[in-house]
Design a protein around this ligand. Structure first.
Ligand SMILES: [Zn+2]
Length: 72
């Protein structure tokens, strides 16, 4: 088992990923990551204007920006 656990949730109708419930007991954190692009009523302009945070999950450095992000 890794340092954190995530429970992935999917739409019952079409199967797309909607959100993930993450538990990180080592960091004392618990949060939900929402796949905002899956929201039917979210205008594209609002999605594009939304704040974006990129973190280095590959290396379990959730407070750091990855060294390479140009491909994102
Ligand atoms: Zn659906």
């Amino acid at each position: 088992m890794g340092k954190h656990q995530g429970t992935h949730h999917f739409c019952n109708s079409c199967g797309i990923a909607t959100h993930t419930h993450v538990r990180r007991p080592d960091a004392g954190e618990e949060y939900v990551m929402v796949q905002v692009a899956s929201l039917d009523d979210l205008p594209v302009d609002d999605l594009l204007a939304a704040p974006l945070t990129i973190v280095d999950g590959l290396h379990d450095q959730w407070s750091d920006v990855p060294a390479q992000i140009s491909h994102l």
